[in-house]
Design a protein around this ligand. Structure first.
Ligand SMILES: NC(=O)c1ccc[n+]([C@@H]2O[C@H](COP(=O)([O-])OP(=O)(O)OC[C@H]3O[C@@H](n4cnc5c(N)ncnc54)[C@H](O)[C@@H]3O)[C@@H](O)[C@H]2O)c1
Ligand SMILES: [Zn+2]
Length: 358
């Protein structure tokens, strides 16, 4: 087992990564003092892993809320359901909420924990690759609104993240590939060596090799923990984590959040960010080629034919990252060194959109 730490002063917490953590009672004893536990999961994940988690937590008082599966259910109404159960069971401020599932469950359970009695302890037990490398770390919680994704939320750090890599064995291959988009993103942001490692091990990862997956989860969490430790509230460097996301969000929004998984849209978004970096003179043709090939080898799209470049540009202008009317983008000065800028040529942006969309 590996243990990392997110360093945030009094809100610091451990990230535990390993095969079979859901069988380790002692770990839960050590990291979770609460005696009253609200378990939040969904209809897909709970039949697979809820009883193992409950076994680790006995003999505490446990109540479970099982939500419907899917992004369309990441709503305020479902957070209200969680809060109703906390209140109905008279849980006090010393209770803990545990999220067992992917990012959808984690974001909702975290938001409920952030608001119940102005904040109770929260533990993430992520079961998708995306959640293990990204959404369970960093304290962003929230829900969607018909007006947009993740529009309602709060920062609320967990007290621990427990990533059992064994749970990835049941994850659908498409979901595994989607998680790899975020992994590739970390290499591109700040670790050229990790990017090269991914180039050498992509097939091994896609085959579900446990050791290779454990390595990428650890390195991804290290990078995210380091960036979040520097900039918890996204005043500066945390924006680097949005590499590929302004492009990707436009793809998701243009296709009604139905056609592409988030990670798939981010795959295409990383290629668009690389293309724009190349057009701006920051990346060589060879580097752009490496990015495009790795994204494709991960089974992710590098071109999205059912989104028009102009429609994407419009959607990018209303993404959350717009400041003073100018879209702020994350570009790369070479593989492994991303930077945030609002100072770029409009033709480079249009070229990138025209090449990879429509
Ligand atoms: N809070 C953050 O910082 C942050 C960061 C990135 C993404 N997110 C959010 O995360 C969400 C996406 O998360 P996701 O990709 O994990 O999607 P998800 O939670 O919908 O999980 C994907 C699918 O896999 C199923 N599943 C989960 N674990 C499984 C397992 N071990 N075996 C079999 N099936 C399993 C789920 O039930 C679901 O059908 C989005 O809502 C996104 O906004 C949040
Ligand atoms: Zn993402």
């Amino acid at each position: 087992m590996d243990t990392l730490r997110v360093q945030l002063g009094s809100r610091s917490y451990p990230i535990l990564i390993g095969q079979g953590l859901l069988g380790e009672r002692a770990l839960f004893e050590q990291h979770l003092p609460a005696r009253d536990i609200l378990l939040v999961s969904n209809t897909v994940v709970s039949p697979l892993y809820l009883s193992s988690l409950e076994n680790c937590l006995r003999p505490r008082r446990m109540v479970a809320v099982i939500l419907p599966d899917g992004e369309s259910h990441k709503t305020l109404a479902n957070v209200a359901r969680i809060l109703d159960v906390l209140i109905a069971n008279r849980f006090g401020r010393d209770c803990a909420v545990i999220a067992l599932g992917g990012g959808v469950v984690g974001d909702m359970a975290g938001f409920a924990a952030a608001t119940y009695q102005r904040g109770v302890a929260f533990v993430q037990v992520p079961t998708t690759l995306l959640a293990q490398v990204d959404s369970s770390v960093g304290g962003k919680t929230g829900v969607n609104h018909p007006g947009g994704k993740n529009l309602i939320g709060a920062f609320h750090q967990p007290v621990a993240v427990m990533a059992d890599t064994g749970t990835l064995a049941t994850l659908p291959p498409r979901e595994l590939r989607a998680g790899l988009a975020e992994v590739i993103k970390y290499g591109l942001i700040c670790d050229a060596g990790f990017f090269a490692w991914l180039e050498a091990h992509m097939e091994t990862l896609l085959a579900g090799d446990a050791a290779a997956l454990a390595h990428v989860i650890r390195r991804s969490c290290e990078i995210k923990a380091e960036i979040v430790g520097r900039d918890e509230r996204e005043q500066g460097d945390r924006a680097l984590l949005n590499l590929g996301h302004t492009f990707g969000h436009a793809v998701e929004a243009a296709t009604g959040y139905k056609e592409w998984l988030h990670g798939e849209a981010i795959g295409a978004g990383l290629v668009m960010a690389a293309d724009m970096s190349r057009e701006s003179g920051y990346l060589t043709v060879d580097e752009l080629d490496r990015v495009t090939r790795l994204v494709a080898r991960a089974g992710l799209p590098t071109h999205v034919s059912n989104v028009k470049p102009d429609a994407a540009l419009e959607l990018m202008r209303i993404d959350k990252k717009v400041k003073a009317g100018r879209i702020r983008l994350v570009l790369m000065r070479g593989i492994g060194s991303a930077f945030v800028t609002a100072d770029y040529g409009e033709p480079a942006l249009r070229h990138s959109l025209a090449t990879h969309l429509g």
